[in-house]
Design a protein around this ligand. Structure first.
Ligand SMILES: [Zn+2]
Length: 257
């Protein structure tokens, strides 16, 4: 019999949660406990009613997410927020959330796994944040269009249509950088330009990032916030499922972004 507390403590250690900075609303770690022993793990990108219903349907009592219960900031437990908490409590489903620790992890992280999914080999860290590096970067010699095709094929599985900044068909990617989710932030874009990166692969980014990119001979591939952050939660759920010998399942709940 494995308690949820035991699983959470193990995951905190595995992900180095205590030492990785994050936004306060990420609240990494166990966010809601469950009194039942672990019987199954469900993985979802976002804590949502769809994700909780999915966990319930597969009889998992641990829901592992990337964007947790408090992601939207402080808010009263009324309306939809109340219904979500009630649904979790009524079904005794625990919530474990991991944001940046699960972006930057060396084997289970969104970025290393996305690089692998796109057949890219990381050789450097990338995307500085509060003294750590969230993303990865590397060298290649591939048509940028080929990378776009790989990203398109990947993101299609998660209901996302990839977009890119303008480029010509013969353009080649020699130096790439990657930061999942809302990766095209001002700091990351500047870091990419300073590092001579010619292709930046992110989840999403604001409109102005396309202008900045074009003017610095940089192409940005926007592969989807949701799509680029599916890999880490699955890797973590699979790891926990294997370790504790319980089933695990990915709960698909695409956001369209
Ligand atoms: Zn995110």
């Amino acid at each position: 019999m494995t308690t949820i507390d035991e699983v959470a403590a193990y995951a905190d250690e595995l992900l180095n949660t205590a030492n990785i900075p994050d936004y306060s609303s990420a609240l990494n770690g166990l966010q809601l406990e469950s009194r039942s022993p672990l019987r199954g793990v469900a993985a979802a990108v976002d804590l949502s009613t769809r994700a909780i219903e999915g966990a319930k349907a597969v009889d998992a009592n641990l829901l592992v997410v990337h964007h947790g219960m408090f992601w939207g900031g402080l808010s009263p437990l009324t309306g939809a927020a109340y219904r979500r908490v009630r649904l979790l409590l009524e079904n005794d489903i625990a919530v474990y959330s991991s944001h940046i620790p699960l972006d930057c992890h060396k084997t289970l992280g969104n970025n290393v796994l996305l690089a692998k999914a796109l057949s890219l080999t990381p050789s450097r860290e990338f995307a500085r944040y509060e003294g750590i590096q969230i993303g990865v970067a590397g060298d290649s010699d591939v048509l940028t269009q080929t990378l776009v095709e790989r990203a398109t094929e990947f993101a299609r599985n998660y209901g996302h249509a990839v977009r890119t900044t303008p480029m010509n068909d013969s353009r080649r990617t020699k130096r790439w950088g990657m930061c999942s989710g809302a990766g095209a932030a001002a700091d990351t874009l500047k870091e990419a330009i300073d590092a001579g990166i010619d292709t930046l692969i992110v989840g999403e980014g604001p409109h102005w990032t396309a202008i900045t990119a074009e003017e610095h001979d940089l192409v940005i591939i926007y592969a989807g916030h949701y799509a680029t952050e599916t890999l880490g939660v699955c890797a973590l759920a699979q790891h926990l499922g294997d370790k504790y010998e319980v089933p695990w399942k990915f709960i698909s709940a695409p956001t369209g972004l």
